[in-house]
Design a protein around this ligand. Structure first.
Ligand SMILES: Nc1nc2c(ncn2[C@@H]2O[C@H](COP(=O)(O)OP(=O)(O)OP(=O)(O)O)[C@@H](O)[C@H]2O)c(=O)[nH]1
Length: 173
């Protein structure tokens, strides 16, 4: 059984950098599983910022939907994998799966249920999205609730959990 670590935090809280540091304790080669997509200029710039930080010891796998399958397909190639991030994954599922939030949550449950059979350590990045004001639109509230539920499911199954605030990590589990 391989170790699973979850890192949660707000936007630009330093969670990706901290998660990369955890993964860099393992020898190369390291796999970076990106769920983000370069749909517009802003996202292209965000992705470029992340890519610029990762060195040649990282290889990128891009998969917006079939995250568990991508990990299974690639884990044997790497000494560690980093999934960045759960929030965009479930957002992609919410908007593209016919079953909406229920189907997205079922996929998260199946993903977390498979941690015990991973053969490579996994570091997972997610976002704390539910700490602000209640969103005005129902779809935003649905996403906020899904994100909270997904984080709770993954945190319960993970071996270690951290939150980053203002660039500083705090161990929760
Ligand atoms: N497709 C793709 N996406 C990437 C790549 N590198 C990073 N990303 C995505 O970039 C997203 C994170 O970017 P940001 O929005 O800048 O992160 P942030 O939450 O503001 O900042 P941090 O707290 O530092 O993580 C993640 O969802 C990744 O999936 C890549 O090589 N390809």
């Amino acid at each position: 059984m391989s170790r699973v670590v979850l890192v949660t935090g707000g936007a630009r809280s330093g969670k990706s950098r901290f998660a990369e540091g955890l993964a860099e304790k393992y020898a190369p080669l390291r796999g970076y599983l990106a769920t983000g997509e370069a749909g517009d200029t802003e996202m292209t710039q965000r992705i470029a910022r992340h890519q610029g930080r990762r060195g040649p010891e990282w290889q990128t796998v891009e998969e917006p939907l079939r995250v568990a399958e991508a990990i299974r397909a690639h884990e044997a190639r790497f000494n560690v994998m980093l999934l960045d991030c759960v929030t965009l994954w479930i957002s992609n599922l919410l908007f593209r799966c016919p079953g909406g939030a229920a189907e997205a949550l079922a996929q998260v449950e199946s993903f977390a249920g498979g941690f015990g059979s991973l053969t490579t350590p996994l570091v997972i990045v997610t976002n704390e999205v539910g700490m602000g004001i209640v969103p005005e639109h129902p779809i935003s509230r649905s996403f906020r609730d899904l994100a909270g539920e997904a984080n709770e499911i993954i945190a319960a199954a993970a071996d270690e959990v951290y939150v980053t605030i203002s660039g500083l990590p705090l161990r929760l589990k």
